[in-house]
Ligand binder design. Structure first.
Ligand SMILES: *Cc1c(COP(=O)(O)O)cnc(C)c1O
Length: 394
């Protein structure tokens, strides 16, 4: 059968011969994702909250050890739901790292809160929990730890500070699905945990996310916010005889086609993690000698952390080497990239009067390089990348 021109056939996309250059990321999938989408189409229920959404939510709740998980269209959505659930009001302050993605801050800005940017520590690029106290004021409502690169923040200390000051905690676990801290899954520590299934993440469905509700008293309201401010979920369970507008909310559900794809990824989750673990280990073994020679620093995993192999970063000695090495790799058809422009130095923050300096954050942003990292990254490609980095430092 010939496909209409508007349809890109699966074989053209997934089986395309390898391009010459090595991309930074390539979304990788197997047949389960496609088969599940066909199945969703056959069942004929494509809106949110369908059979595949339920399965994803149940599996995630089990794996994250959370009493309730709801799928969302993105982690951005999950964070916005968190902001509504925490009842953020204009003038509230929320402590978070500056070294993060814009959505961490926007979710709270949209409700009128002011993000208070805290510095990170060099060893894991996560919030420096020992400095949190100094950012707390009478207006502080919560803390948003971001688990950078899938490696856990110092959750014992963050939770202790939060409890001492009666603050809520929203974990931005966008990069940290299936990571652990002292054996406990990330996303299960805070009042809520937010995950991303963006195509750049370890488990992905193009665009997608989830929110884990850990405080049982938030479950009912989370279902309402998730369903446009209605009690539709209760109606479907037969708990009320009609559904109506009961609170603020929005449309946060992904389509069941998206959930079908995601379920395929989740069911092969351990294969995906195993592939990525191997890639991490090859980089580690290949670059260790450069660290020993003082040329760069590699990604170190703390003993209390189990990571999901979301990314692999290196730190150069200074920004001149960072820029030079990036250009050197680019010339050799390797796409390596930096990461966040610290939020407190962004044009938006400048317009809103942020003047503080966060020395570690500013320094790290100028030295960090992320290397190509995706499930199907071949061993020869990876050896070539490592070889080029060694050659650069020769
Ligand atoms: C990817 C990411 C997000 C946003 O996730 P989306 O699903 O793209 O909305 C938020 N925070 C962090 C730390 C991320 O890495």
């Amino acid at each position: 059968m010939k496909l209409p021109n508007s349809v890109i056939s699966f074989s053209e996309t997934a089986l395309h011969p390898r391009a010459q250059s090595i991309p930074f990321n390539r979304p990788c999938m197997q047949w389960a994702e496609i088969a599940n989408i066909f199945c969703a189409l056959q069942m004929g229920k494509l809106a949110g909250g369908g059979a595949f959404s339920r399965r994803c939510e149940a599996m995630l709740a089990e794996r994250v050890a959370a009493p309730k998980v709801l799928l969302t269209s993105s982690c951005t959505d999950a964070l916005e739901m968190a902001s509504l659930l925490m009842d953020i009001q204009p003038g509230d302050e929320v402590i978070m790292p500056s070294f993060t993605f814009v959505s961490t801050a926007n979710a709270f800005c949209l409700r009128g809160a002011r993000p208070v940017f805290a510095d990170i520590r060099e060893e894991d690029l996560n919030l420096d929990a020992s400095t949190l106290e100094k950012y707390i004021t009478p207006r502080t409502k919560g803390i948003v730890p971001v688990h950078y690169g899938g490696q856990a923040c110092d959750m014992d200390s963050i939770m202790q500070t939060a409890r001492a000051h009666s603050l809520w905690v929203v974990e931005d676990a966008a990069q940290a699905l299936f990571s652990t801290y002292k054996g406990k899954p990330l996303g299960s520590f805070g009042d809520v945990g937010c995950f991303s299934f963006h195509e750049t993440k370890t488990i992905m469905c193009g665009e997608g996310g989830a929110i884990a509700i850990n405080s049982k008293n938030l479950i009912q309201r989370s279902e309402i916010i998730h369903e446009k401010g209605t009690n539709r979920s209760q109606f479907f369970r037969g708990e009320v005889d009609k559904y109506t507008w009961v609170d603020m909310g929005s449309s946060y559900l992904p389509s069941d086609m998206t959930a079908a794809f995601l379920y395929g990824q989740l069911t092969s989750g351990s294969d995906i993690i195993a592939k990525r673990r191997r890639i991490h280990e090859i980089y580690e073994q290949g670059l260790q000698t450069l660290e020993d020679a003082g040329k760069l620093r590699i990604f170190h995993v703390r003993p209390e952390c189990g990571i999901n192999y979301h990314l692999y970063y290196i730190l150069t000695q200074d920004t001149a080497i960072q820029q030079d090495l990036l250009a050197y790799l680019k010339q050799r058809h390797i796409t390596a990239v930096t990461h966040y422009v610290p939020l407190h130095t962004s044009p938006y923050a400048q317009k809103h009067g942020y003047t503080a300096h966060l020395p570690v954050t500013e320094d790290i942003a100028k030295r960090l390089i992320r290397l190509p990292f995706y499930n199907d990254l071949g061993i020869y490609e990876q050896e070539y990348i490592i070889h080029c980095i060694h050659n650069y430092f020769k």
